[in-house]
Design a protein around this ligand. Structure first.
Ligand SMILES: [Zn+2]
Length: 411
């Protein structure tokens, strides 16, 4: 049986509204909303363990815990998303004394973590009869929404800031996104996007949309299913922080339903160049104060005013986790090491969860992190220029076996 969705509840003041009165944020206090399920039917739906993968979209696998009232809509949005791979580390962990290290290759059909949340947002957009879906983003979320929007037969509109290059948004363009380049910064682009949502009734796929987090939380379900147990430590890149909140929601539900016997320690990872949540965590604060960004080779997870920051702090503290920061140098080294030692190519934002391991195991209480999972949130091809340089272009070799052998001996 399916868990019964009981609507949306405000994460701050507890105001409840039914799905039919959908609101992006709490109508009373403006805080983000959470999609909730009846605890009894949720427990019943999970009492025989987590459902098996049946060869179709994971939206079918997880439909018993997703707010999907009409399963026929899955066929209208699916891009063949399957549960993302969980790989045991064969070398990287061993070289650091971490015995049970896993990589969750959280990359969907558009090669990033965004597809889980986007797929559910598209189903909800179709349910509401929307014709246009939109968000403000110049990165993975824009590409994901463009692809799934086009697949669903909707019009995807993506708002970006003035300072953006075609190489940054090429995926959105190819996927049919209508890219609106606002003469201003990203905050201005977000404001205009929200105003168009208000005026035109477009479906907002980004920011606070509670269905994005509800879709993302199947990350936790998939992970427990693949591992056959709950991990002890999970490292999650934190930009806006939705991924952390989604993981916390998913693990919490499974814990309350008796599927897992303890909560994993959730570890958030940010870049030294932009680490407002980590700073607030280590200063013992309950809220996150916006910071000035410093230059970085990564343009993802560089969120100087994270929407979910306060809730990230709560999730990390509630699970006994911590926050770690890593440098550009750390993640560049990690990208190449992962490629060489494990055959995995991840983008900077995804690599930070692995780059943080060296600091984590030096953190008191985390010397032995137990069964540890790093969330690798995007494929390296999303920003390939970070990992290589033209100076690495191989020299040409004379087409003879002797020359090739001589070259390889010296390489
Ligand atoms: Zn509220």
């Amino acid at each position: 049986m399916n868990a019964v969705c009981t609507g949306l509840v405000c994460r701050d003041c507890g105001t409840r509204i039914p799905e039919s009165e959908f609101s992006l944020v709490c109508p009373k206090c403006g805080a983000p909303m959470r999609v909730t399920f009846d605890p009894d039917t949720l427990r019943e739906s999970l009492k025989d363990g987590l459902p098996d993968y049946d060869g179709r979209s994971y939206l079918y696998q997880w439909r018993s815990v997703l707010p999907i009232s009409d399963e026929s809509l899955i066929e209208k949005v699916t891009l063949g998303e399957t549960e993302t791979p969980l790989l045991r580390s064969l070398r990287y962990g061993e070289h650091r004394g971490i015995k049970q290290l896993y990589f969750k290759i959280e990359q969907g059909p558009t090669l990033s973590l965004k597809d889980r949340g986007t797929a559910l947002c598209m189903i909800k957009a179709l349910e509401t009869g929307a014709h246009t879906v939109c968000l403000s983003s110049s990165g993975n979320n824009a590409a994901s929404t463009s692809a799934y929007g086009s697949r669903a037969g909707l019009r995807p509109v993506v708002f970006v800031q003035k300072q953006v290059s075609a190489s940054k948004i090429f995926k959105s363009l190819v996927y049919g996104g209508k890219v609106v380049r606002i003469d201003g910064d990203m905050a201005t682009a977000s404001r205009i996007c929200n105003e168009m949502v208000q005026k035109k009734g477009w479906y907002q796929c980004g920011g606070p949309n509670p269905y994005r987090v509800a879709g993302k939380r199947t990350f936790a379900y998939g992970l427990v299913k693949q591992l056959g147990r709950v991990p002890d430590t999970v490292l999650i890149p934190c930009g806006g922080g939705a991924g952390m909140i989604a993981a916390f929601d998913g693990f919490s539900e499974m814990y309350e339903a008796g599927v897992i016997d303890h909560m994993p320690r959730l570890v958030g990872v940010q870049l030294e160049a932009c680490c407002p949540t980590a700073t607030a965590f280590h200063e013992g604060k309950d809220i996150v104060v916006p910071v000035e960004k410093k230059p970085s080779l990564s343009d993802a997870i560089m969120n100087n005013n994270p929407y979910w920051g306060k809730y990230c702090l709560q999730a990390v503290r509630a699970t006994g986790g911590t926050m770690i920061t890593v440098s550009d140098e750390d993640f560049c080294l990690t990208i190449r090491t992962l490629g060489r030692e494990e055959g995995i190519f991840t983008e900077p934002a995804g690599s930070v969860s692995v780059a943080a391991l060296d600091k984590l195991i030096k953190t008191p209480g985390f010397e032995d992190p137990g069964v540890t999972v790093c969330n690798l949130t995007g494929h390296g091809l999303n920003s390939p220029q970070v990992a290589t340089s033209d100076s690495e272009n191989p020299v040409s070799v004379t087409p003879s076996l002797e020359a090739v052998e001589a070259y390889l001996e010296n390489a």
